[in-house]
Design a binder for this molecule. Structure first.
Ligand SMILES: C[S@@+](CC[C@H](N)C(=O)[O-])C[C@H]1O[C@@H](n2cnc3c(N)ncnc32)[C@H](O)[C@@H]1O
Length: 231
């Protein structure tokens, strides 16, 4: 994983109650830091047990600001602050049809499922079969059964449920894959880490009638996209 050092694996010692307290503290911290603003994203982060999406020997680090390794090739669960960092500018909300490229642990997918609610829809694509199996198991155990999980190259999007109100890429690309832009609804938004030399920008695309509006939010550090539009 680029630029990050994994904490040492260890037997988990924390109780459900300790994790619940850490989750509440994390949501408070994210709110005070200005990452978390909307009520529906806040409610989702308070509800989804992040520790249930983390490999056994890393569970105690669930609420620390560090990405953690997942089964599969280079897959990681992103730091807690990454989720509001992406979902707030995306304006993810009730009723949205949402596509995620890079399922990872399934944590971001579960948050999105909570945010879009019953009338919304969540589709997530993962290229690595080992990572997909891990996420599938996590989502089943936590009771998220109505998410469309796809194994394949997310750079190609998923025509079966297109078009989408919101698209989120969780792996860094050289340029936003054209199929994703084609599968974005008018007035839809897409967010992605886009490489610029050795750096990466978190880029927000707003699909407006007069053309795509592009905004750089900040610099980030994500694993590289694989497949046709990646490495
Ligand atoms: C930073 S991780 C995702 C973290 C995830 N949001 C979570 O909550 O755990 C990025 C993921 O993108 C996946 N990935 C990389 N290239 C991909 C592609 N072309 N299509 C789908 N998934 C891809 C990786 O295997 C990895 O699981």
């Amino acid at each position: 994983m680029p630029g990050w050092i994994n904490p040492p694996p260890k037997e988990p010692t924390k109780s459900r109650e300790e994790f619940r307290r850490e989750r509440e503290e994390k949501v408070g911290w994210l709110t005070r830091q200005g990452y978390l603003r909307s009520e529906c994203i806040k409610a989702a982060m308070l509800k989804v047990p992040r520790e249930d999406f983390i490999p056994f020997f890393y569970k105690d680090y669930a609420y620390e600001e560090v990405p953690l390794p997942l089964p599969g090739e280079h897959a990681t669960i992103s730091c807690p602050h990454s989720y509001p960092l992406f979902y707030e500018p995306l304006g993810l909300d009730r009723g949205h049809s949402f596509l995620e490229v890079g399922l990872g642990s399934g944590y971001g997918t579960a948050l999105a499922r909570e945010i879009v609610g019953e009338k919304g829809q969540v589709v997530s694509i993962e290229i690595d079969p080992l990572t997909l199996a891990f996420a599938e198991d996590n989502l089943k155990k936590t009771g998220y059964r109505d998410i469309v999980l796809v194994q394949g190259d997310g750079g190609l999007g998923y025509q079966g449920k297109a078009p989408y109100n919101r698209i989120c890429m969780t792996a860094a690309c050289d340029e936003i894959p054209p199929p994703l832009l084609e599968q974005l609804k008018m007035a839809g938004r897409l967010i992605a880490p886009v490489k610029e030399g050795a750096a990466q920008n978190l880029v927000l695309v707003k699909n407006e009638p007069e053309g795509a509006l592009i905004e750089v939010i900040c610099q980030v550090l994500y694993i590289s996209l694989r497949g046709r539009y990646g490495e």
